[in-house]
Design a protein around this ligand. Structure first.
Ligand code: PSU
Ligand code: MN
Length: 287
């Protein structure tokens, strides 16, 4: 049954983490999903073919190619397909391909959102619009503070996308368990989350949900340290004039560099944690 499948994105592999940790993480995430009673499907476009479920060799190939693979969001899909090219799917395009295959649950690290300074740049990830339109629940570790978390929540509210806190009242901020913002609904059991998904889609209310799962306490980073690192990375990005689809990968790699890898270790652990929760939700949704 496709409901038992948990979708996984591939931009996190190609653009979100360095090789070889990206491949090791991608393979271990798949194993964690199996160990928790569900079936993993890592999603990408290879040779212009939509892939929902990849072999280990394909994951290794994408991970090694890294940023040479085209980061593929909604707008890019037709071109990658028509040109028979390879594309690493973002949260937005992974949701699209998952929905085509009938998959309802998707685990990742962090979603895109409204960027800091969006008042001027208009940089708002296509992930948010996808969450408004496509019926897939996305388990993530909240919104990373490379984004403007407050504006991201406002955008999601306008689009009717619920933000659920798993066992938390406060929205996690990726590397830290909390931000200054509340979630819309706190749910403590995977069963309750699955029930909300069923209610939403049985009524025909289109769109996804954000399920925010805090990073396990032992892997969380110091808030003051990470806030400063992100501030510096954003300043450097603006100085260099980096914008558009290059912004998020630039910020992710800068943050990893400036924390001497401690952010990467945290990133890996939170993805594992999200895969586990997504599997439990998929199992409950199946019932
Ligand atoms: N946030 C992370 N890690 C990631 C991404 C975001 O912590 O790897 C990736 C996801 O694939 C997400 C994409 O969909 O970046 C968002 O890019 P943009 O902001 O250009 O929409
Ligand atoms: Mn953007």
């Amino acid at each position: 049954m496709v409901q038992l499948v948990v979708a996984l994105e591939s931009t996190i592999i190609s653009h979100g983490m360095p090789y070889p940790q990206n491949v090791e993480t991608a393979l271990k995430v798949e194993q964690i999903i199996r160990d928790n009673g569900a079936v993993p499907a890592t999603i990408a476009i290879l040779n212009g073919r939509l892939k929902v479920g990849m072999t280990h060799e394909e994951i290794e190939y994408l991970g090694k190619a890294g940023q040479a693979v085209i980061k593929t969001s909604r707008r890019d899909i037709p071109f990658i397909v028509a040109q028979k090219a390879d594309g690493a799917t973002t949260v937005a395009s992974t949701m699209i391909l998952a929905a085509m295959a009938g998959i309802k649950v998707f685990a990742t690290g962090g979603i895109g959102g409204v960027h800091r300074g969006a008042q001027q740049t208009f940089d708002i990830s296509a992930d948010l619009q996808e969450l408004a339109n496509t019926d897939v629940a996305v388990v993530c570790a909240g919104a990373k503070s490379i984004l403007d978390i407050g504006l991201t929540l406002e955008y999601l509210e306008t689009q009717g996308v619920p933000v659920i806190g798993y066992q938390t009242d406060m929205l996690p901020a990726f590397y830290t368990r909390e931000s200054d913002f509340h979630v819309d609904y706190r749910l403590d059991e995977p069963k309750q989350i699955a029930a909300a998904m069923t209610a939403k889609w049985q009524m025909g209310l289109k769109g996804g949900m954000v399920i925010a799962n805090p990073i396990p306490a032992q892997y969380a980073l110091d808030k003051t340290m990470i806030d400063q690192v992100i501030k510096d990375a954003v300043a450097e990005m603006n100085e260099k004039g980096i914008s558009g689809k290059a912004s998020t990968p630039f910020l992710l790699s800068k943050v990893a560099e400036k924390t001497a890898g401690s952010s990467l270790a945290a990133n890996i652990e939170l993805v594992f944690n999200n895969a586990k929760l997504a599997s439990k939700i998929a199992c409950e949704f199946c019932q």
